[in-house]
Design a protein around this ligand. Structure first.
Ligand code: CAA
Length: 260
């Protein structure tokens, strides 16, 4: 079923999801959360899709945060519902079996920065702008945003970003380790496509199990994460793709991964 607030374009094994509310700088309202969740659920079950790109519609924004107009009309007790809604979506993105790339130009603020942080790879144009301005609105990035930023870039800079609400440019985001790739604006699409094709060419089994281990490392203590990594690696090692990858190396040919 077509969605109203997002678009999905498939190009072979690559699915691109476009946040499509450019008149509101692609702000995240309740409908966006619902539609994005449904879209990702479909893609997770689609074995033909090997990599996912998330980007914003229009020239100005990736996503400028949660929809402030919608929040302004919400009851005071709705805060925890919003937290769970956002956290569920960001968890879902992190746990997608396919690699997910945030392709960022323009504003990635508040929940938009958080959406990008839930992705596996963040490729940003040098014209992108980041920040958690929530404190200026009398709230804070309470949909997992304090925790995820702290885990990704460390507590000192996470605190500064949360408490000052100041926006910062892509060069600073790269320096902080918040984005993984920084490119001139005109190269954003090509670099995003290159990374999607690269990761999409690898074994879907190995990719899924690798993400399982990486997620465990972020979400669990050392001992528990190590057990998850052992189990994930065992599943990977038992796959036909593992034999294909190793035999292809020995036979000096490109592997043909089937995802089993
Ligand atoms: N929610 C709803 N509408 C938004 C929006 C948002 N987060 N951000 C921008 N818009 C709308 C504006 O209201 C405006 O619409 P109208 O033309 O109908 O007035 C349109 O998008 C264009 O925006 P501006 O006219 O404000 O553009 P600008 O160039 O002057 O400023 C901006 C750009 C600095 C990004 C500014 O729009 C801004 O500060 N936006 C809000 C950013 C923000 O505070 N994000 C955090 C939201 S809270 C959150 O994200 C919580 C969470 O999930 C954890």
């Amino acid at each position: 079923m077509p969605f109203e607030t997002i678009l999905q374009n498939n190009d072979g094994p690559i699915a691109t999801i476009i946040m499509n509310r450019p008149e509101a700088l692609n702000a995240l309202n309740h409908q966006v959360f619902t539609e994005l969740t449904a879209c990702l659920t479909d893609i997770a079950a689609d074995r033909a899709i090997r990599a996912i790109i998330i980007k914003g519609a229009g020239e100005r924004a990736f996503v400028a945060g949660a929809d402030i107009k919608e929040m302004a009309a919400s009851e005071g007790h709705a805060g925890s519902d919003r937290s769970y809604l956002g956290m569920h979506l960001y968890d879902q993105i992190r746990h997608m079996p396919q690699p997910v790339i945030a392709s960022i130009d323009g504003y990635a603020l508040g929940g938009g920065m958080l959406l990008a942080m839930a992705c596996d790879i963040r490729v940003a144009a040098d014209s992108a702008t980041f920040g958690y301005p929530e404190i200026k609105l009398g709230i804070f990035p309470g949909t997992g945003g304090t925790i995820l930023l702290d885990r990704l870039i460390g507590p000192a800079n996470a605190r500064a970003i949360c408490l000052t609400g100041e926006l910062f440019d892509a060069a600073r985001a790269y320096q902080l380790g918040l984005i993984t790739h920084l490119v001139p604006r005109e190269e954003l699409a090509a670099e995003t496509a290159r990374l999607a094709a690269l990761m999409g060419s690898y074994s879907p089994v190995a990719m899924r199990e690798l993400k399982c281990a990486l997620n465990a490392s972020m979400e669990m203590d050392f001992e528990a994460a190590r057990e998850i990594e052992i189990a994930a690696h065992a599943r990977c090692f038992a796959s036909n793709d593992r034999l294909e990858g190793m035999n292809a190396f020995i036979e000096k040919r490109s592997p043909q991964f089937r995802g089993d």
